[in-house]
Write a protein that binds this ligand. Structure first.
Ligand code: ADP
Length: 792
C-alpha cells in the first residue's frame, strides 16, 4: 500500500484461533466456522477479490469455546490483511483456505455486525511510512542491527528450499529494518501467547526486544539440533547396529534444557497416559525426532503430541456433594425455578448415594434465556467440578463430535476431546447445548456419535478419530439443553430425563432483574448501586416495552446497555470534576433512570416491530436492519421463505426511490442511501421459518429508521404488504396478530385500511386497550410509525 494510505474504518473480520498474522507476513488460513465461511462467501466473490482487505483477529488464549464462532474473548488487536487467494473444498466438509498477507495492526474498537459474519470498526495502528527510524533512536537502530544478524543466522540454519525461508532471505536484504521483526515472525517458533505479545508490542523498541529474544532462542535450538544430527550420523557410523530410537534416547539425556522435543518428552512423561496412549505418543515422538523442523509433517505430529500431553488422562477435580450446600448455591444464583431445582437436588442426592454417574442424563428443555446454562454452571460449581459448554446448534457432521482422522489436512479432534483439553480435568460438567439443533448430513449423524459418548457401556473407551486411542469419558457429567423436544432423535431422547424450564411471568422477571441481573451488570461495569436509581416501575417498563421474550436474556442485555450509559455519565462527571476542588468533595448524584431516560438510552434505530401469523397463532416479529460499507448489496437472514424475500426487495426498492423525497440517507452519494453501503436485514428467532406477504411495511419502517437514525415509535406494531407504488395491501390473520400485540403489551397497531372489517371479530376488552391506525399507503405508515411523523 502507498505510504500515506490507510485501511477502511470498517472491516469484515475473520476470527482465528491459535494463529497470529503479522504485517508483512503471508499465511494460509483454514476457514471452517460458520461466520468465517459466511464472510468469505459474502465478501470475497471472485471479482472483488484482488483488492479485498479483511481484518484477522485472534481469540484470547484459553477462551472457553475453542471455535471461531464464539464472539467472546476477541483479542483487542488484529491485523489488516490483503486476501491473495481463496481455495475451497466441499469434502469432508465445506472448507475454504485463504492466503493472506498482513498489512498493518489495528485496534478493534467495536463490533457493528455479528451475523451472518462479523464486521468491526477499527483504528489503524501501524503506519506505512517507512522512514520512521532515525538517528535519534540509536538504541533501536542497534537492536535492529542485532536482529538482522541473528535472522541471517537463522536463515543459514534453515532449509533454504522452503518457500518461506527463501522469502525471508530475500526480504532480509531488501526491506527497511523496522519491518524485520514482523516479517521474520513467520520463521519463529513461538507459543500462541508469545506471538500475541509480539502483536501487542506497538512500540518498536519493545517489539524488537521481544522478537530478538525469541529469535536467539530459536537459533540456539537449531544450532543444537544440527550438532545432534551430525552426532547421530557419527554414532551410526561407529555402531551400525544401533537403532535410531536408542541413539536419540541417549542424545536426549545430553540435550540441553531448551530443546523443545525434550520438553515435549518431559510433558508426556508427566501426563499420566494410560499404557496404550503412552505407547502411541512415544512412537510419534520418535518420528518427530527424525524429522527436519521444516518438514510439513513436523507441525502435524507436534500438535498431536502436544494434545496427548495436555489431555487430562488422569487429572481430576476433587468432587464434593453436599446437598445442603447445593440447595443454597442454586437458590443464591436463581430466583424461582422451584421444580427444576428440586429435581436437580434429587438427582444429586441419588448420585451421592449410588456413588455413580450411571443413569439418565438431565436435559433442560425450554425457551432461550430461562437459565438452563446458568443452572448447569451452578451444578458444576456446587460439585467443585470444572464447567464446559459444548454448543451443538447447527452441527451436521459426525467429525464435530468424533474428530477428523489425521490423514486430512487441517484435521482436528472433535469437540468432546477439545472440551476436555480446555477443562483440564477428566471429570468436568459438559453442557451439551442445543441438542435439538443438530442435524444428520451427508457426513454422518452427529446424534449417533453423541449416543456413544453418552452410553456408559461404551464411553469408558471413547475413540476420537484424531486421537485414535481410547479416552475414558466415564467420569464426565453430561447435561443437555434444548428448546424443544420435537427434533431430538428418539434414541438420544431415550437416554435423557427431560426437565421443562418454562418462561417467566412479568412478576418473576421483575424479581430476577432486581435480585440477579442488575447487581451482576452493575458489577461487570464497575458501578456501585448508589450510582443509579432504577425504580420497580422503570424495570416494569423495561420488561413490557423493551423486551418480548420468554426468558430474560434480552432483559439482561438491556440492563447492560443501561449500565454502559451510566458508566459514560460517571466518567464524564469524574473528568469534569478534576481540577475543580469544590466539586471533587461531593459525590455524584445517582443517575435517575425513568421512562424518558430509558427511551433515550434504548431507542434503537433500524428496528421495527411487525406482526406475523404462524401455525401456532399470531406473533410479534422484529425486523432489524444494519448497514455496512459496501456497494449496494442486500443480505437477508433469519430463515425466510421466497415470498418474504420478495417483500424485502420490494420494500428496499421503495425506500431507495423515495429517499430524496423524504430526506433520509442524503449524506450519501446522489441521495441514494445504498450508494456506498450494503444493507443487512435480519429477522431474529432464526430457527423459525418465516414466510408470507405481510411484512412489507415493517421492513420499510426498519429501513427508514436505519437510514434516518430515528427510532420507531414505542409500543407500536404493524402488519401489511405493499405494492411497488407504495399502496398498502390487506393481509391475513389480523385477529391473531392483534391478540399477539395485545399480549405483548403494545398499544398502537398499524393495519391496512382494507382489513378494517376484521376488527369486529376482536373482543371489546382487547380493543379498548389498543389504538388502530388504518393505512392505505406507505406515506401514512411512516406518519404513524414515527413520533412526530415525516414532513415532506
Ligand atoms: P439459557 O441457557 O436457558 O438460554 P442462560 O442460562 O444463558 O439461559 O440465562 C440467561 C441469563 O439469565 C443468565 O445470565 C442467567 O444467569 C439469567 N437467569 C435466567 N434465569 C434466571 C433466574 N431464574 N434467576 C436468576 N438469573 C437467571
Amino acid at each position: 500500500m502507498a505510504p500515506n494510505s490507510s485501511i477502511p474504518r470498517k472491516l469484515p473480520i475473520l476470527i482465528v484461533t491459535k494463529e497470529v498474522l503479522f504485517p508483512g507476513a503471508s499465511m494460509r488460513l483454514s476457514v471452517n466456522s460458520t461466520r468465517n465461511i459466511n464472510m468469505i462467501r459474502n465478501r470475497l466473490s471472485q471479482n472483488t477479490l484482488a483488492s479485498t482487505i479483511i481484518g484477522v483477529v485472534p481469540k484470547e488464549p484459553g477462551s472457553e469455546i475453542d471455535t471461531a464462532d464464539d464472539l467472546g474473548m476477541l483479542h483487542p488487536i488484529g491485523t489488516a490483511a490483503m486476501v491473495v487467494q481463496v481455495t475451497s473444498t466441499n469434502w469432508p466438509a465445506t472448507n475454504y483456505t485463504i492466503l493472506v498477507t498482513g498489512i498493518c495492526r489495528f485496534r478493534l474498537e467495536k463490533i457493528v455486525m455479528e451475523v451472518p459474519y462479523v464486521v468491526g470498526v477499527v483504528t489503524q495502528l501501524d503506519k506505512f511510512n517507512v522512514n520512521e527510524v532515525n538517528d535519534e533512536n540509536p538504541g533501536l537502530n542497534e537492536l535492529i542491527k542485532n536482529f538482522r544478524n541473528e535472522a541471517a543466522k537463522l536463515v543459514e540454519l534453515s532449509d533454504i528450499s522452503l518457500p518461506v525461508v527463501g522469502r525471508v532471505r530475500n526480504l532480509l536484504e531488501s526491506i527497511p529494518g523496522q519491518h524485520l521483526a514482523d516479517v521474520c515472525s513467520a520463521l519463529l517458533k513461538a507459543s500462541y501467547e508469545e506471538k500475541l505479545e509480539l502483536l501487542d508490542a506497538l512500540d518498536l523498541t519493545d517489539r524488537f526486544q521481544k522478537a530478538l529474544q525469541l529469535l536467539i532462542r530459536q537459533v540456539e535450538i537449531m544450532q543444537e539440533k544440527k550438532n545432534n544430527h551430525s552426532f547421530i550420523i557419527k554414532r551410526r557410523m561407529i555402531k551400525p547396529g544401533d537403532n535410531v530410537g536408542a541413539v536419540s534416547k541417549n542424545l536426549d539425556e545430553n540435550a540441553s534444557e531448551t530443546d523443545e522435543i525434550h520438553e515435549l518428552q518431559a510433558k508426556l512423561r508427566n501426563a499420566g497416559l494410560p499404557p496404550q496412549a503412552r505407547k502411541v505418543a512415544f512412537k510419534e515422538l520418535q518420528r518427530l525426532k527424525r524429522l527436519s523442523p521444516f518438514s510439513p509433517e513436523d507441525g502435524i505430529i507436534r500438535s498431536y503430541i502436544e494434545l496427548m500431553a495436555e489431555l487430562p488422562w488422569s487429572r481430576s477435580s476433587q468432587e464434593t456433594i453436599d446437598i445442603q450446600k447445593a440447595r443454597k448455591d442454586l437458590d443464591a444464583d436463581h430466583y424461582a425455578m422451584e421444580k427444576l431445582k428440586k429435581r436437580v437436588l434429587e438427582y444429586l442426592a441419588v448420585r451421592q448415594l449410588k456413588n455413580s454417574l450411571r443413569g439418565p442424563i438431565l436435559c433442560f428443555v425450554g425457551p432461550p434465556g430461562v437459565g438452563k446454562t446458568s443452572v448447569g454452571r451452578s451444578i458444576a460449581h456446587t460439585l467443585g467440578r470444572e464447567f464446559h459448554r459444548i454448543s451443538l446448534g447447527g452441527v451436521c457432521n459426525q467429525a464435530d463430535i468424533r474428530g477428523h482422522r489425521r490423514t486430512y489436512i487441517g484435521s482436528m479432534p472433535g469437540r468432546i476431546i477439545q472440551g476436555l483439553k480446555t477443562a483440564g480435568v477428566n471429570n468436568p460438567v459438559f453442557l451439551l447445548d442445543e441438542v435439538d439443533k443438530m442435524c444428520a448430513g451427508i457426513h454422518g449423524d452427529p446424534a449417533a456419535a453423541l449416543l456413544e459418548v453418552l452410553d456408559p457401556e461404551q464411553n469408558c473407551n471413547f475413540v476420537d478419530h484424531y486421537l485414535n486411542v481410547p479416552f475414558d469419558l466415564s467420569q464426565v457429567m453430561f447435561i443437555a439443553t434444548a428448546n424443544t423436544l420435537d427434533s431430538i432423535p428418539a434414541p438420544l431422547l431415550d437416554r435423557m430425563e427431560v426437565i421443562r424450564v418454562p418462561g417467566y411471568t412479568h412478576e418473576e422477571k421483575l424479581h430476577i432483574a432486581k435480585l440477579h441481573l442488575l447487581p451482576k451488570q452493575l458489577e461487570e461495569h464497575g458501578l456501585d448501586k448508589s450510582m443509579v436509581t432504577l425504580s420497580e416501575e422503570s424495570i416494569k417498563i423495561l420488561i413490557t416495552k423493551y423486551t418480548r421474550e420468554a426468558g430474560v436474556r434480552t432483559l439482561e442485555r438491556k440492563l447492560g446497555a443501561i449500565c454502559r450509559a451510566v458508566a459514560v455519565k460517571v466518567a464524564e462527571w469524574n473528568s469534569s470534576s478534576t481540577g475543580n476542588d469544590a466539586k471533587k468533595e461531593t459525590v455524584m448524584p445517582p443517575v435517575i433512570l425513568d421512562e424518558a431516560a430509558l427511551e433515550d438510552i434504548l431507542g434503537e434505530a433500524g428496528v421495527a416491530v411487525g406482526l406475523a401469523w404462524t401455525s401456532v397463532g399470531g406473533e410479534v416479529l422484529l425486523v432489524e436492519a444494519t448497514q455496512v460499507e459496501g456497494d449496494g448489496e442486500v443480505m437477508l437472514t433469519g430463515q425466510l421463505g421466497d415470498v418474504m424475500k420478495e417483500s424485502a426487495r420490494l420494500a428496499l426498492n421503495w425506500v431507495r426511490t423515495h429517499a430524496r423525497q423524504y430526506g433520509f440517507g442524503l449524506e450519501n452519494i446522489g441521495g441514494d442511501p445504498m450508494s456506498n453501503a450494503d444493507v443487512h436485514i435480519h429477522f431474529p428467532a432464526g430457527a423459525v421459518v418465516k414466510d408470507g406477504p405481510s411484512a412489507g411495511i415493517t421492513i420499510v419502517v426498519a429501513l427508514v429508521s436505519l437510514f434516518s437514525g430515528r427510532p420507531m415509535a414505542r409500543e407500536t406494531a404493524m402488519t401489511g404488504e405493499l405494492t411497488l407504488h407504495g399502496e398498502v395491501l390487506p393481509v391475513g390473520g389480523v385477529k391473531e396478530k392483534v391478540l399477539a400485540a395485545h399480549r405483548a403489551g403494545l398499544k398502537k397497531i398499524i393495519l391496512p385500511k382494507k382489513c378494517e372489517k376484521v376488527l369486529v371479530e376482536i373482543p371489546d376488552y382487547i380493543k379498548k386497550d389498543l389504538a388502530f391506525i388504518l393505512v392505505s399507503n406507505v406515506d401514512e405508515v411512516l406518519q404513524a410509525a414515527f413520533d412526530g411523523g415525516w414532513k415532506l
